[in-house]
Design a protein. Structure first.
Lengths: 343, 234
C-alpha cells in the first residue's frame, strides 16, 4: 500500500480510521516531507540570541504562554553580561508606569538592562512607552526586554518595532532536562556527590511534573503552571537541606514537606492530583534511588557520580519521544490523548 | 423530580427550536432572545437558557441533545420501575441520570431513615463481589467504566497485554451501599486503593470515591491516574 498512495493520503486514511493515531501520523508526515528527524526546535539559548540578534534600539518582546516565565533565565544572563546592579526588572500593572519610563531613560543612558513584565496588563500605556523609546538615543549596551501574554489590544507599532520571541517550552522529558542542565552549566559545582544526585532527581521530578501535562485529563486534571521558578526554589531549598545533613542522607520528611506544601503542591488544587504529586515524591526522593537500588521511573539509574558530563550524557541518551511508562501511566493512554487532540 | 426537570428542559428546547423555525418560515417575529439562541446554536454552543436547566451536559449542541435524549428515554424506564416499586432491586445505570449525585444522596437519606441514624453516620462502601456488601439498602450499579489499569473481576491489576488494549474497561455489576461508620468495611484498608468516580471521561465532575481492592502498590495506581466513570463518552 505504501508505494501506491502519497504520504499525505496516508495521513488522511489514518484520520478516517484511526483518529487516535492521527498525531503520530502527522508528525511522521512532517518529518518525512521536511527531511528532519524531529519537529521540535533546538532549545532556545538567550545568550546566543543576545549576542547575535539584539540591538539597543530594538526592544526584545517575549510572547509567553501563562506559566512560562523567561525572567529567571534572563536575570542569569544579565548577571553575566551587565552585572546584578545593571539589571532592572519591573512587573507592570500596579501604577508603576512613571517609574518604568524613568527606569528605561536612566538605563538607556547608562547602558543597563531593563525588563518590563506583563505588558498585557497595561496596554493603554504602551503608546507612551513607544514614544519614549523613539525619543531615546541609547547607550550601546542598553537592552529593553519585554514580556507579554498575547493580547488583542497590544499596539501593532510596538509589535513591529520589536524583536519577537515566543517563549514556550518544547515538549518532552529529554528537552526539559536539557533545558534544566543548560541553565545549571554555568554554576555547576562538582565534588559533592549527594548534591549532584539530588539535583538530578529534582530535575527529573520537575520534568515529570511538567511533561505529565501532556496527559490531560488523565494525568493531571488541568494544566498546572509548574514553572522554572519552582525548579529554582526547589534547587535552593534542597541545597540547604543537603548542607544541613552533612553528608548523611537528608531528612526525607523535610524534603517531602517542603516540595509538597511549599513549592510544587501550592499550584495543585485538586485532591487527586495532589495524591499523584505525593506519590511521585515518595517514589523519587528515597535512599534507594540514591544508592541505585531503585531506578527513577524504572528506567534511569542515578549515577554515583558528581560529574556534570555524566548526567548530561544520561539525558542525551533519553528517547526524543516520551513513553507514558516514564510517568507510570498506562501505555494505552496515548490513544486517548491523540484522539483528544485530533477532535 | 428528575422527570419534572426533564420535562422542563424538553419544553425549553422545544420552545427555542419551535420559535427559530417560526421565524425562519416567516410566521413568527424575531426577538432578541430567539436571535441569541439561534446564534449560539450556529456557533456550536449550547444556549444559556438550556444550560441553566441542565448544566452538566456536553458543550456542543448535538451531543447535548443526544445525551439529553438518552437520559429522557431511560427515565421512562425508571418511572415504570418506581411505580412498580422495583427501582432499587433492579440494575441501576447512573449515567441515565441528569443528577447522579442527587440519587446517591437520596439513597443515603433513605438508608439513614431505615437505620434510624443521621446521614453523617453513614459511609459509602462498594464491592464487585457477591456477598461482600450485604446492607438491605444496597443497590446494584451497572455500566461503570475504568481507565488506567485492568480489572480481574474483584481487584485492580496491572495491564496484561501492552498494545491494543481498550483504554476504557466496562465493569460488571457493582454493589453500592451506605453503611454506618462503625460497621467494618468490606475490605481491609491496606488492601484497597481510593479511586475517584467522575461523571464523564473529561474528569471535570467528581461524584464520589470508592475503595477498590488492589494488587501491587497503591501509589502506582495513583500515578497511573486510575479512575471510574459513569459514562464512557464526553
Amino acid at each position: 500500500v505504501k508505494s501506491r498512495i502519497t504520504a499525505f493520503q496516508r495521513v488522511l486514511i489514518v484520520q478516517v480510521f484511526r483518529p487516535d493515531r492521527l498525531e503520530s501520523a502527522m508528525t511522521n508526515f512532517v518529518c518525512e516531507a521536511l527531511g528532519k528527524r524531529d519537529i521540535a526546535p533546538a532549545p532556545l539559548s538567550l545568550q546566543s540570541l543576545y549576542e547575535n540578534d539584539t540591538f539597543p534600539t530594538e526592544p526584545i518582546l517575549f510572547l509567553v504562554t501563562p506559566g512560562a516565565d523567561p525572567s529567571a533565565e534572563l536575570q542569569e544572563l544579565a548577571e553575566m553580561e551587565v552585572g546584578r546592579a545593571g539589571y532592572h526588572e519591573l512587573a507592570m500593572g500596579g501604577g508603576q508606569n512613571e517609574i518604568a519610563i524613568q527606569m528605561v531613560r536612566d538605563a538607556a543612558e547608562k547602558g543597563e538592562w531593563v525588563c518590563l513584565k506583563n505588558l498585557h496588563l497595561v496596554t493603554p500605556w504602551l503608546q507612551t512607552l513607544e514614544k519614549t523609546l523613539k525619543a531615546l538615543t541609547p547607550n550601546k549596551k542598553f537592552r529593553l526586554w519585554l514580556t507579554s501574554e498575547p493580547h488583542i489590544k497590544f499596539p501593532s507599532v510596538l509589535l513591529q518595532s520589536s524583536l519577537k520571541i515566543t517563549y514556550e517550552s518544547p515538549p518532552g522529558i529529554k528537552k526539559n532536562l536539557q533545558r534544566t542542565y543548560q541553565t545549571w552549566v554555568a554554576n555547576y559545582q562538582e565534588g559533592n556527590l549527594l548534591k549532584s544526585q539530588m539535583m538530578f532527581i529534582l530535575a527529573w521530578f520537575h520534568a515529570i511534573l511538567q511533561e505529565r501535562r501532556t496527559y490531560i485529563p488523565q494525568g493531571w486534571t488541568k494544566f498546572y503552571e509548574f514553572s522554572y521558578g519552582d525548579l529554582k526554589a526547589g534547587e535552593t531549598m534542597l541545597s540547604e537541606v543537603i548542607a544541613e545533613s552533612k553528608g548523611a542522607m537528608p531528612q526525607w520528611q523535610t524534603v517531602y514537606g517542603l516540595l509538597e506544601n511549599a513549592i510544587y503542591g501550592g499550584r495543585v488544587d485538586n485532591e487527586f492530583d495532589l495524591r499523584v504529586l505525593r506519590a511521585y515524591l515518595y517514589q523519587f526522593f528515597t535512599s534507594d534511588v540514591f544508592q541505585g537500588i531503585t531506578k527513577l521511573s524504572n528506567i534511569i539509574q542515578v549515577p554515583k557520580s558528581d560529574a556534570l558530563r555524566e548526567y548530561q550524557a544520561i539525558v542525551g541518551k533519553l528517547p526524543d519521544q516520551d513513553s507514558p511508562l516514564f510517568f507510570g501511566l498506562p501505555s494505552n493512554i496515548d490513544r486517548s490523548v491523540q484522539r483528544f487532540n485530533s477532535a | 423530580m428528575e422527570t419534572a426537570n426533564m420535562l422542563e428542559v424538553l419544553a425549553k428546547v422545544h420552545e427555542s427550536i419551535d420559535s427559530i423555525q417560526k421565524v425562519l418560515f416567516g410566521s413568527g417575529i424575531l426577538t432578541s432572545k430567539i436571535e441569541n439562541e439561534a446564534t449560539d446554536l450556529l456557533k456550536g454552543n449550547v444556549p444559556d437558557g438550556w444550560t441553566y436547566l441542565w448544566a452538566d451536559g456536553p458543550e456542543a449542541p448535538t451531543p447535548w441533545i443526544r445525551q439529553f435524549y438518552k437520559r429522557a428515554d431511560a427515565l421512562r424506564g425508571w418511572f415504570d420501575r418506581i411505580q412498580k416499586q422495583t427501582l432499587l432491586e433492579s440494575h441501576i445505570n447512573m449515567s441515565d441520570l441528569f443528577h447522579p449525585e442527587t440519587f446517591l444522596n437520596a439513597l443515603r437519606q433513605k438508608t439513614a431513615r431505615s437505620q434510624k441514624c443521621s446521614i453523617d453516620e453513614l459511609k459509602l462502601v462498594s464491592s464487585f463481589e457477591q456477598g461482600k456488601v450485604t446492607s438491605p439498602q444496597a443497590v446494584t450499579v451497572v455500566g461503570l467504566f475504568l481507565q488506567g489499569c485492568s480489572f480481574d473481576g474483584v481487584r485492580l491489576v496491572d495491564e496484561t497485554s501492552k498494545e491494543n488494549q481498550q483504554e476504557l474497561l466496562n465493569l460488571q455489576n457493582c454493589r453500592l451501599a451506605w453503611i454506618k461508620n462503625t460497621e467494618s468495611d468490606p475490605y481491609s484498608p491496606n488492601l484497597v486503593v481510593n479511586i475517584p468516580v467522575y461523571y464523564t471521561i473529561t474528569r471535570e465532575q467528581l461524584l464520589c470515591t470508592l475503595n477498590v481492592p488492589n494488587t501491587g502498590e497503591s501509589n502506582l495506581r495513583v500515578i497511573g491516574g486510575v479512575a471510574f466513570f459513569l459514562s464512557g463518552s464526553e
